[in-house]
Design a protein around this ligand. Structure first.
Ligand SMILES: [Zn+2]
Length: 249
């Protein structure tokens, strides 16, 4: 962990290595049973475990993200996409100052994705390679049968299960609810509406959360960490010049 090193230890790491892990999440409603910190706590745990297994430096988690669509639910802290993107950029540039050219962003919140993707594309043009890892997308591909689609959405059984493994003391399954999101009257195929969570539901749980279990959460955590470790190990070995854009031959 970068924040646990002295500057002399950091110097030693950066002299030898050009890669770092950067977890980022959100502080937003996750239904009545889960902590507001779900997204940043899970990103932090995944990144830290991966750092342990790969020897790659991990930064402190960035706790706030792009969450204004949840703001009517109390306690959600929301940052604009522009501010979020420049903050992330400046953190990456500080790493780059010490020679880091490869950054694995461990993203715990879907709402951050657009800003992170824009940043990653811009950085590639400037010689820095940023990859973005999202655990739920890995889990649905690697463990397709573990949860039904209605259990895999925001604050649903899958996410609640991961919380039950990583921080059970702040999950209250007695409050777990199942709620089918309402369909907006203007919703048609091919239409995207600028709606907030409250337009779809009152509990904040998209779908089913009562079927969460620590056992399933353990399977998700182990499987997605294995995948992330493999990616980080490959990226560690990769040469930065091979990761940059090349003209068509
Ligand atoms: Zn979440």
């Amino acid at each position: 962990m970068l924040h646990e090193m002295s500057w002399t230890e950091a110097k030693e790491y950066f002299r030898e290595n050009d890669i770092a892990l950067l977890p980022v999440g959100a502080n937003e409603q996750h239904g009545p049973q889960n902590p507001l910190g779900t997204d940043y706590l899970n990103a932090k745990a995944l990144a830290e475990e991966t750092a342990k297994r790969t020897g790659v430096l991990c930064l402190q988690v960035i706790p706030f993200g792009v969450s204004s669509h949840h703001k009517q639910f109390w306690g959600t802290i929301y940052i604009s996409p522009e501010t979020f993107k420049s903050y992330m950029e400046e953190v990456c540039l500080a790493l780059n100052y010490y020679g880091v050219r490869k950054i694995v962003v461990v993203n715990g919140h879907g709402g951050n994705r657009c800003a992170l993707m824009e940043m990653a594309r811009e950085f590639r043009e400037q010689g820095v390679f940023v990859s973005i890892f999202e655990w739920w997308s890995a889990a649905s591909k690697l463990l397709p049968d573990l949860f039904k689609p209605e259990e895999r959405r925001h604050a649903g059984a899958e996410e609640t299960s991961v919380n039950l493994v990583l921080h059970p003391h702040i999950v209250d399954m007695e409050n777990a609810v199942d709620e089918e999101p309402r369909r907006h009257s203007l919703q048609m195929e091919g239409i995207t509406l600028p709606l907030d969570t409250l337009d779809y539901m009152s509990s904040g749980v998209f779908g089913k959360s009562s079927t969460a279990s620590g056992e399933k959460g353990r399977a998700v955590f182990e499987t997605v960490v294995d995948e992330l470790v493999e990616h980080v190990n490959l990226l560690k070995k990769a040469k930065i010049k091979d990761l940059m854009q090349k003209p068509k031959v």
